[in-house]
Design a protein around this ligand. Sequence first.
Ligand code: IPM
Ligand code: MN
Length: 362
Amino acid sequence: MKKTIAVLEGDGIGPEIVAESIKALRRVETKFGHEFELVYAPFGAGAYFTDGSPFPEKTVEICDRADAIIKGPVGLAVDKMARIPQDMRPEIGAILPLRRRYDTFANYRPVRLPKSLASFSPLKEGVLGDGLDILMIRELVGGIYFGKKTEGPQTGMQYAEDECRYTDAQIRRVAVVAFEEARKRGEPLTNIHKANVLATSRFWCEVAEDVGKSYPDVEYRSMLVDNAAFQLVKNPTQFNGVVLLENMQGDILTDQAGGVLGSLGLMPSACIGPQKGYVEAAHGSAPDIADQNKANPYSMIGSVAFLLEKCMDLRRESDAVWNALFAVFEKGYRTAELAPQGYDRAKVLTTREFGDLVADMI
Ligand code: IPM
Ligand code: MN
């Protein structure tokens, strides 16, 4: 298979962890006989300073031409961010426009922790049972993040407003993705919402349940988001299977799930639209540890596994990357943030060492 991939390295630890994910991709290329053409392009806070925009026109063109996109985390240290005007900050000026442009409505975030690695989690081992394998699916281009924003001071009024709207079509298409995944896995789907208060959540449930009528084989569960936050810590294995969330609630609970795993460095993410998708690490750019060769590249490498599966339909290749990631940990290797005090130093890996081992395992 021959594909063109746009590579947006991003800021902070972005370039380092993206480099390790590319190592894995190159190994897949040789082992399975594919050809990936990589085209690098500026994106993020650094791009604002070098190119005048966090999502420069030339990057847009490169992404338009690519079959898929690999994106590193974005954002610089607080003092540098303060010098960027609000609408040019990478969240508003780059990430949301990227999602909008490719209509990447389905955001997959896997929460995977085999029993053997339960010690990564801050939760007691007993709570993790036989391990976690949850696929969180978050709606990514609707709801309050994309609604009209009114800032009081600009209108002379002492208020601010964020509009939250969901249409039938927006809910339906992401619900279909979630039910399909649950069917493939033969596992339950838990729909999370705030239908006891929000109109958009009541509609969300109505449409999701309507979609569910076509999936009588999938066990459907419904849970309020505040309770879900509690349950995710108290008894997370009940979510093993697929979890469906709207945009903002999904943003919050996926980070919480990262906490349950023990590190956001363990949370890859794929954002998929009707024509193309991009993959990213679900965490930030950690400018405080940039260029020190100590960031955990797992999220970024796992994201490449997702790219292979969701953007190219290369299931075997994707599995090979996933298996390699877990195999490195199973051998007792740790990245710095996952190594407890006093852990065998010889087993604590740098960013590049981790990437090398994963490539070898592939
Ligand atoms: C994420 C991030 C983004 C989001 C931000 C950076 C806009 O937190 O991907 O989870 O809120 O979606
Ligand atoms: Mn987030």
